[in-house]
Write a protein that binds this ligand. Sequence first.
Ligand SMILES: CCCCCCCCCCCCCCCCCCCCCCCCCC(=O)SCCNC(=O)CCNC(=O)[C@H](O)C(C)(C)COP(=O)(O)OP(=O)(O)OC[C@H]1O[C@@H](n2cnc3c(N)ncnc32)[C@H](O)[C@@H]1OP(=O)(O)O
Ligand SMILES: NC(=O)C1=CN([C@@H]2O[C@H](COP(=O)(O)OP(=O)(O)OC[C@H]3O[C@@H](n4cnc5c(N)ncnc54)[C@H](OP(=O)(O)O)[C@@H]3O)[C@@H](O)[C@H]2O)C=CC1
Length: 513
Amino acid sequence: MISAFYNGKSILITGATGFLGKVMMEKLLRTSPDLKVIYILVRPKAGQTLQQRVFQILNSKLFEKVKEVCPKVHEKIRAISADLNQHDLAISKEDMQELLSHTNIIFHCAATVRFDDHLRHAVQLNVTATQQLLSIASQMPKLEAFIHISTAFANCNLKHIDEVIYPCAVEPKKIIDSMEWLDDAIIDEITPKLIGDRPNTYTYTKALGEMVLQQEGGNLNIAIIRPSIVGATWQEPFPGWIDSINGPTGLIVAAGKGFLRSIRATPMAVADLIPVDLVINLTLAVGWYTAVHRPKSTLIYHCTSGNLNPCHWGKMGFQVLATFEKIPFEKAFRRPNADFTTNNITTHYWNAVSHRVPAIIYDVYLRLTGRKPRMTKVMNRLLRTLSMLEYFINRSWEWSTYNTEMLMSELSPEDQRVFNFDVRQLNWLEYIENYVLGVKKYLLKEDMAGIPEARQHLKRLRNIHYLFNTALFLIAWRLLIARSQVARNVWFFIVSFCYKLLSYFRASSRLKV
Ligand SMILES: CCCCCCCCCCCCCCCCCCCCCCCCCC(=O)SCCNC(=O)CCNC(=O)[C@H](O)C(C)(C)COP(=O)(O)OP(=O)(O)OC[C@H]1O[C@@H](n2cnc3c(N)ncnc32)[C@H](O)[C@@H]1OP(=O)(O)O
Ligand SMILES: NC(=O)C1=CN([C@@H]2O[C@H](COP(=O)(O)OP(=O)(O)OC[C@H]3O[C@@H](n4cnc5c(N)ncnc54)[C@H](OP(=O)(O)O)[C@@H]3O)[C@@H](O)[C@H]2O)C=CC1
C-alpha cells in the first residue's frame, strides 16, 4: 500500500545528498519504481556541478540494488540548484514554477548537524530555511504532506520527552530577526543564554525549527520525525552501509585505528542508536499516513530504540572492541584497546597518558625521521570531538513512542515487512558487528583481502608495545636503584633469590640423572 501510494507521485527532498537523504532516495526508488520524479535541492560543492554530485551518488554501491528494479534511476531524479542559506533558497524562477505546480510530498531533511556551528548559521539553516520552505509549500496546490526530520535531542534538556512540541523561551521569529542585525560578537555573547540548558546550537535550533512548523504551518499537513542517534543500515539495501563520520561512527574509526584509547562515558547509560534504514522506513510510512489519513494536528514520531530494545554504551563499546579482534582496521596507530572513564580525574589522567603523550612521542619520531609532525593535531581534534559528544554518552532519556506504535498497528502485514520500523526485532550484537564491518568497507574503503596484513601490523604494534613497556620499566628501575637504598636492597634480594633458585634446580636435575 505504501509503495503504491508513492507510485506516480512527485516528491521533493531537501538534504538528499546527506546520509539520511541518500538512503531515502534509494528506498523510494527501490520500492516505488513508478514514482513520477524525485526533485532534490542540491548545491554545487567542492568543485563539482550538481549533475556530477548526483551522478556520483547514483553510481555508488548504495544504489546497486535499485538499478535492478529501476534501471532508469537517473531519469527519476531531477536535481534543482538551491542553497538553503539564501533568500528563497536560491531556486530559479523556472525551477520554482515546476516545484510549485507538481510537488505532492516534501521530505525536509537538510540541516546543519554540526554541534558547534555559529548560531547565525545554525538558525539560517535549521530555522529560517524551514520557514522559507513552509512558505513555498503553502503555494503548492497538489501538496499532500510535509514531513520534517527533526531530532530526538531537540529537547535534550528534558529527561522524559513526549510527542509534543515544547516551546523555547524566545520566539523563533524574534531570533530570526535578530540574526539579521546583530553582529557576530554579540551573537557569541548571547548564545549561551539563548541555548540555556541545551548543550549546543544544533539541538537549540532544531527545537526552534519545530516551533516554526507549529506556528507557521498554516493548513499544511505536517508531521515531524525525531530520530535519536542514526547509525549504519540494519538490513537494507544491505547491512552495515554508512558513509558519514558523524555520531558514533567517527569514534568507531578513531578506536579501530587506535587513536581513541579512553572515553568519558557512563557504561549503563542507554545508547539510543537507531539504524538509518529503520528511520527511513518510518519516515516513508509517516508520509503515506499523513497524506492519506490527514490527522487533525501535527503528529510527532519518536524514532528511538531505548524504550523498546535498550542497549547500553558499555555493551556497545565491548562489542565494538570484540569486532576489531575479528575485523581489524588497516594501518592502526596503536592496538585498539579503548576503555571508559567515569570521572574528571581519570579522564584527564588517561587523556594525558593514552592520547597526548603517545602523540608527542610519535611526533618526535616523525621529526627525527625528517617528516612533518601531525599526531598532536589529530589528537587535539579528537579530544575536542570527544568533549562535544560526551554530553550524549553520559545521560539517558526516555522518549514516548505512542504515535510510532499507533502507526505500526495501522500498517498492513505487507507494509510492516517492507517498511519495517520495529526496533524490537533488532539484534544489537549482530547489528554492531555489521556496523563496524560497514565502517571498514564503505566509509574507510578498506579491502577485506587486507585483513591478514592488518593482523600482522597489530602483532607488530603489540611487540613494540611490550618492548617499549619493558624498556620503560628497566629505565625507571635503574633510576630508582641509583637513588634509593631500599630499592637496591630489594633488587639484590631478588637477584640472589633467583640465583639460589636456579642453583637448586640445577643441582636437583643432576641428582636425578
Ligand atoms: C567495557 C568495555 C568498554 C570499552 C569501551 C571502548 C569504546 C570504543 C568504541 C567506541 C564506540 C562506542 C561508543 C561511541 C560513543 C558515541 C557517542 C555519539 C554520540 C552522538 C550523539 C548525537 C546526538 C545527536 C544526533 C543528531 O541529532 S545529529 C547528528 C550528530 N551530529 C554529529 O555527530 C556532528 C558532530 N560533529 C561536529 O559537530 C564537528 O565535527 C566537531 C566535533 C565540532 C568537530 O569540528 P571541527 O574540528 O571543526 O572539524 P570537522 O571538519 O567537523 O572534523 C574534524 C575532524 O574530526 C573528525 N570527526 C568529526 N566528527 C567525528 C566524530 N563523531 N568522531 C570522531 N571524529 C570525528 C573528522 O573526521 C575530522 O578529522 P580529520 O579529517 O581532520 O582527521
Ligand atoms: N545523523 C544523525 O545522527 C541524525 C540526524 N538527524 C536529522 O536528520 C537530518 C539529516 O541528517 P544527516 O543526513 O545526518 O545530515 P548530513 O549532514 O549528512 O546531510 C545534511 C544535508 O543537508 C544539506 N545542506 C546543508 N546545508 C545546505 C544548504 N545551505 N543548501 C542546501 N543543502 C544543504 C547537505 O547538503 P551538502 O551535501 O551540499 O552539504 C546534506 O544533503 C537532519 O535534519 C538532522 O538534524 C536527526 C537525528 C540524528
